[in-house]
Design a protein around this ligand. Structure first.
Ligand code: UD1
Length: 422
């Protein structure tokens, strides 16, 4: 199991390119199952979660060809088996995204329940209820969702909670349904908009994505297409926080400021100067120590839960006291005790963390517990005195492309240790 060793203290400076978004690439790969011809996806990030989704499609008999690393061609016509097995689903919850497309296009699906997850229960009840309302017969047996349907039929869906992959699953299923589907209380995340645009390029008729009311007029078939995955706003946000924590400056190419609204507002509040153009964002901290900020996570356009751990790391070394409230997931503070081991002053009160900034963190061996928690630990390592070794970084490899290379490009002292190489 690899580790990352970071020697803190370097002030980050320079320019890097933001990769394609994991959370747009995964639904797009699943949506390719809806087409009746090959789909080519560009700007797909090289990540473990993407590899898992490709393995899942391959297991179903779908032909997936990876060209030059970033371009992936999916030919769904060779599909033989509509089953997503536990061994793959348990490593990546987003595997649930194949449920809607399989059902809509092939009339059946067997998808393992994702099971427990480090950041809370994360049920999929809203996916299942929505598909039932669209006309699917669904049984849950032996840990699997067994679903069957003739052609799905459009209906009104009111989601009890805002769910990103739930909205995506239902939008994909409804794209091939007969008649009109309306999703109320839909997720408004940029990745949902991007999936709608991708489906429309396949011939779907979807409007309203980006608002909380999405209207899908079903079509009988969807054709193959070419599509470029949008930039990863969470990766972009993580590098901006890294630069801010070190008092540095960074320019991100292929970053979209319009997707980063709440994150940029908090960075400005922390004292950063931010500038942006149509496809770049720059941050300059001018050598200053950040000011603590209060964070309260919420669905988009609110503050992303996927940036919460990174801002906890920022507050840990900021001037003043910051309060961090996690409202999306029930158990997403596992990075707090690890940050405390590095000398952070954090008090947990239910779903709120009160973080009193300290002058200096100390390097320590720490353990990554989930994808974004591990990003928070890497950021803390960048400003800690001495060496921090982050263990279990397979979590970080699920969602960050070449994180250590990109940080090194900005001047960080970071290296990957293969197990046993120390
Ligand atoms: C997606 C993102 C993830 C991000 C999260 C919240 C992908 C692949 N992953 O995850 O990075 O952290 O959005 O922005 O896009 N819920 C239910 N029942 C359901 C579905 C969800 O109760 O059927 C609850 C969840 O437990 C959670 C909340 O709704 O408390 C939001 O979860 P959801 O938006 O569904 O997260 P994901 O789509 O899994």
């Amino acid at each position: 199991m690899d580790q990352l060793a970071i020697t803190g203290g370097a002030r980050l400076a320079g320019e890097i390119r933001v990769s394609g978004a994991k959370n747009a690439a995964l639904p797009a790969l699943a949506a390719a199952l809806l087409a009746d011809g090959p789909v080519t996806l560009a700007n797909v990030p090289h990540l473990n979660d993407v590899t898992t989704m490709i393995a899942l499609l391959g297991r179903m008999g779908v032909t997936v060809t990876v060209h030059d690393g970033l371009r992936i061609e999916v030919d769904p016509n060779s599909l033989e088996d509509c089953r997503a097995p536990y061994e793959l689903v348990k490593t990546m919850r987003a595997s649930i995204l194949v449920l809607g497309p399989l059902l809509a296009r092939h009339g059946r699906a067997e998808v393992s329940l994702p099971g427990g997850c480090a950041i809370g229960a994360r049920p999929v009840d809203l996916h299942v209820e929505g598909l039932r309302a669209l006309g699917a017969r669904i049984e849950i047996e032996d840990g699997y969702i067994h679903a069957e349907a003739g052609r799905l039929h459009g209906c009104e869906l009111l989601l009890d909670k805002v769910t990103v992959t739930g909205t995506e699953n239902l939008m994909m299923a409804a794209a091939l349904a007969e008649g009109e589907t309306v999703i109320e209380n839909a997720a408004r995340e940029p990745e949902v908009c991007d999936l709608a645009a991708f489906l429309n390029s396949m011939g779907a008729r979807i409007s309203g994505a980006g608002s909380d009311r999405i209207v899908i007029r079903g079509v009988p078939r969807l054709q193959g297409t070419q599509y470029r995955v949008l930039p990863d706003r969470i990766e972009a946000g993580t590098f901006l926080v890294a630069a801010a924590m070190t008092g540095g400056r960074v320019r991100l190419r292929e970053a979209r400021a319009q997707d980063l609204g709440a994150i940029l507002a908090k960075l400005r509040e922390a004292g950063a100067a931010i500038d942006s153009g149509p496809d770049w964002v720059a941050l300059d901290m001018g050598g200053r120590r950040p000011q603590a900020v209060d964070i309260s996570t919420a669905p988009f356009p609110g503050f992303a839960t996927d940036m919460q751990a990174q801002f906890m790391a920022l507050d840990a070394i900021a001037r003043g006291v910051g309060t961090i409230s996690e409202n999306v997931f029930e158990n997403r503070f596992m990075h707090a005790p690890e940050l405390q081991r590095m000398g952070a002053d954090i008090r947990l009160e239910g779903h709120t963390a009160v973080v009193r900034g300290v002058e200096r963190l100390r390097g320590a061996p720490v353990m990554a517990t989930d994808l974004r928690a591990s990003a928070g630990l890497v950021l803390a390592g960048l400003v800690a005195e001495g060496e921090t070794v982050v263990d279990r970084i397979y979590h970080i490899d699920r969602g960050y492309e070449c994180i250590e290379e990109k940080l090194r490009q900005l001047g960080a002292q970071i290296r990957r240790l293969a197990r046993g190489s120390r």
